[in-house]
Design a protein around this ligand. Sequence first.
Ligand code: ZN
Length: 291
Amino acid sequence: MAMRLAVVIGHNSVAQGAVRGDSGESEYVFNGRLADLMADRAPAMGIDLRVFRRVAGGGYRREIERVYDQVDQWGADASIELHFNGSSNPDASGTETLSSGTALSLRLAAAVQDEMVIALGLRNRGIRTVAADDRGGRSLIAGRAPAILVEPFFGSSARDQSATATAAQQLQLAKAYLRGATRAFEAFPRADLAESRTIQAVVKQRTAARTGARTSVATVATAMVSALVGVPETPEQAIAAVQPLAVTLQTYLPYAVPVLALLAVVCFAISRAQADRIEAARLDDHDREIR
Ligand SMILES: [Zn+2]
């Protein structure tokens, strides 16, 4: 299933944010166009992308919470809020990304920041972790999904304007966001924990134990073995574990020893196979750097 990327346009149609010194275009208009470029190209990159717009009303905090509620309801795996910077100092220049500081937000921030710096060639101002009350902070903590806020350039800088003025340059920036998101998504944990093979194996083992307790003597014998000697390392240990009980039973029942021994070996084989699958899944997750 494709990962879901929510693109939130910074500011709103009433208060449109900073403006570019060259074209006079606002953050809201400029980033609306960038978001459309991203939406066009996302499917080819295997990303399920949806654009969200903030709507003025009820105060800043409510405005942010409303849009990130929509992002959550859609089931986004991550969100990027698009901005650009502005300063009264015409020399202020460069690219920066704001992160909430969670592991996944930082991972997304690092990948997107990298790609923006490559695409624009402007000064790398790095990643800033911000608190809820800092500028932009509310957008980073309002939703459930890992969130970042990008400030790719200063609209007030002549140098930055010339790196982002043409349609081709703006397309490169849109692609940079998508490449960054793709890279980050590759290292994200699975969206649905039920897709994790580790979890599937554990669920299967638990279900088997539960069903078995009701329907199969084999599971009872496994529990017995485990209770007596812990989880047996070898079939011989499993047999040894049930031996005392078997000997007692033999007084009353013929064949108790061979039957219980056979059950012990079968149980051992089942639980070992399941343990191997869990181990393989964990190793796989380890390779993907998932914890
Ligand atoms: Zn802004």
